[in-house]
Design a protein around this ligand. Structure first.
Ligand SMILES: Cc1cc2nc3c(=O)[nH]c(=O)nc-3n(C[C@H](O)[C@H](O)[C@H](O)COP(=O)(O)O)c2cc1C
Ligand code: SF4
Length: 393
């Protein structure tokens, strides 16, 4: 795990990746000193690569107006961010995406784009079905965003094909009921995401790594599941635009806890809402956010289906908290392991794993998910309030 490894054109110092956790440190859609400090701390903790969380390809594609938008004016801040990560010896990755039906139209001032128009319980508004012109525009936005990240010195781009954001929504048989060439069969539903991946690859060429974070299962009835997601992955492998696939699941629209497991932090989330909404949220939270028991490496059984079906490099994600889990994943053929909460809890966990040795070095994360609601004030582990760049409490 602690030997250098190749990812496309890159050489990473080890196989551990800091997975995207929206940092809540870009209130004006631009990189801040606090965001730089957050990733400097992650990189100094010893990861091979740190992923800047969700960067939107346009204001329309942002979730709620607080994401970095990959416009030319973001270039200077992004350059500082990549440089800080490099200074600490890690590679710099950024997640790039369009929120689609997960976007909050109150913040973006335009209707949320989706494959098929439908009522969104998340935003209490109807989404807009993407036209071919919309898809062409979004594809151009992805290419422009990718070019901005490359110019800023990022080593890797992770295209968001998960959690029912726009490209993931196109893959979902539940959310995509189009009858044109972009809906229906797996191949047709994959057409727009594949078009975007091709545009991103063309925009950055071969000296930047391009990966995708792909849903294996949406975790909702009628949504994408393994039988089809493995087929999607085969198409992506055949296209040859990607250097690796990171495997995830769940829906930010309809089943968020599926991607975390553990208890939903209902009270802490309610506390972030205006008082008039709290009671209603508490009443529906159990149905909107069903909890799942947390298990170590909870996505591994699903990810093994992809390992068996594909030759391309894969990144295992989801509930990795023990060194031996990471070692076993590598032994099973996963090129990289990605961790989110374990590194929010202890950014220096990779160094601890390396220094203390011994297989059973376990993270101090207790999977309470109380970090989720902190995304509104500077994401941090609540057991670690001194997280770099978080607002004072
Ligand atoms: C506070 C927080 C914010 C997150 N933000 C993002 C995000 O911006 N994009 C994304 O794809 N996943 C996001 N995730 C999900 C993680 O990348 C990861 O998929 C999930 O936490 C499971 O990995 P873990 O068990 O190692 O935490 C977030 C997770 C947390 C805890
Ligand atoms: S708040 Fe801390 S302990 Fe709880 S899940 Fe998040 S990182 Fe882990």
């Amino acid at each position: 795990m602690f030997e250098a490894v190749s990812l496309g054109p890159l050489r990473l110092r080890n196989r551990i990746v800091k997975a995207a956790t929206f940092e809540g440190r870009s209130p004006k859609r631009l990189v801040t000193d606090e965001l730089v400090a957050f990733h400097r701390e992650m990189a100094a903790g010893g990861v091979g690569m740190s992923t800047v969380a969700y960067c939107a390809v346009s204001v329309e594609g942002s979730t709620d107006g607080r994401n970095v938008v990959l416009a030319p004016e973001a270039l200077d801040g992004l350059s500082r961010l990549a440089e800080a990560i490099h200074d600490e010896g890690a590679a710099a990755a950024a997640q790039i995406g369009h929120a689609g039906p997960v976007a909050n139209p109150m913040a973006t001032k335009v209707p949320a784009l989706a494959p098929t128009a439908r009522w969104s319980p998340l935003t209490m508004r109807r989404t807009k079905a993407a036209t071919e012109d919309d898809m062409a525009r979004v594809t151009r936005d992805f290419a422009q965003g990718a070019a901005v990240l490359k110019a800023a010195g990022f080593d890797a781009l992770e295209v968001h094909l998960g959690h029912n954001y726009l490209l993931s929504a196109f893959l979902s048989p539940k959310l995509n009921t189009r009858t044109d060439g972009y809906g229906g069969s797996v191949e047709s539903r994959s057409r727009f995401p594949r078009q975007v991946l091709r545009a991103v690859r063309d925009a950055v060429g071969s000296d930047v790594a391009v990966t995708a974070k792909l849903n294996m299962a949406d975790g909702v009835r009628g949504g994408l599941w393994l039988d089809e997601s493995v087929e999607v992955a085969r198409l992506l492998e055949a296209d040859g635009c990607l250097d690796a696939l990171e495997l995830t699941g769940g829906s930010s629209l309809a089943n968020p806890m599926y991607l975390f497991r553990g208890e939903a932090p209902v009270e802490e989330l309610a506390a972030t809402m205006p008082p008039v909404m709290r009671l209603g949220f508490r009443l529906v939270a159990g149905r909107m956010m069903p909890s799942y028991p947390f298990e170590e490496a909870f996505f591994l059984p699903y990810a093994r289906q992809f390992r068996a079906a594909l030759d391309m490099p894969l990144v295992l994600l989801g509930g990795i908290t023990r060194r031996e889990t990471a070692e076993e994943a590598v032994a099973e053929g996963f090129t990289l392991v990605a961790m989110a909460r374990a590194l929010l809890r202890e950014p220096d966990l990779p160094r601890r794993w390396q220094d203390e040795g011994g297989a059973a070095v376990e993270s101090l994360c207790v999977h309470c998910n109380k970090c989720m609601p902190t995304i509104y004030r500077g994401t941090r582990c609540v057991l670690r309030p001194d997280s770099a760049g978080a607002a004072p409490r």
